[in-house]
Design a protein around this ligand. Structure first.
Ligand SMILES: Nc1ncnc2c1ncn2[C@@H]1O[C@H](COP(=O)(O)OP(=O)(O)OP(=O)(O)O)[C@@H](O)[C@H]1O
Length: 126
């Protein structure tokens, strides 16, 4: 392995480690992230229990992955706003509220997806 290729690999590993640090920080500090974590755990458990189809798995995984990704972006926006100002400012409010709105839209979509997939399986139990 040449010195050159090692030099290129190091920043990639560092970038991955930084990304994991970000996820750990958000999980520790954000209540919503912990709620997503528990919901995802339940959704994955139910998916195995009901042996959902491959297409249904894809929707569940996109709902879960998208929700985590969006919540991380929302958390990052909150941090940047707090870094820029500790004063109350209408633009700070707008930035946080708009980011929270994006999370809410995806959360509603995820609940709809989960209900459409699991409801028929639950009905079959009775
Ligand atoms: N600097 C600010 N200026 C004006 N309004 C703000 C400011 N910071 C926060 N807000 C308002 O207060 C709300 C709560 O802000 P906060 O920083 O506590 O985030 P949060 O919504 O509690 O985030 P989360 O609960 O997802 O961690 C925001 O959604 C926004 O409406």
């Amino acid at each position: 392995m040449s010195m050159d290729s090692r030099d290129k690999r190091q920043p990639l590993l560092k970038a991955l480690s930084n990304a994991f640090d970000g996820i750990k920080t958000a999980l520790k500090s954000e209540r919503n992230m912990r709620i997503h974590f528990i919901s995802s755990f339940l959704a994955i458990g139910a998916s195995f229990y009901f042996s959902i189809t491959k297409i249904e798995w894809l929707f569940i995984l996109f709902a879960i992955g998208g929700m985590f990704a969006l919540e991380l972006v929302n958390t990052a926006i909150e941090r940047v706003v707090d870094l820029v100002t500790s004063e109350r400012h209408p633009l700070a409010k707008q930035a946080k509220d708009i980011a929270a709105g994006a999370v809410m839209i995806y959360a509603i979509l995820s609940v709809i997806i989960g209900s459409m997939i699991f409801f028929p399986y639950v009905l079959k139990l009775f």
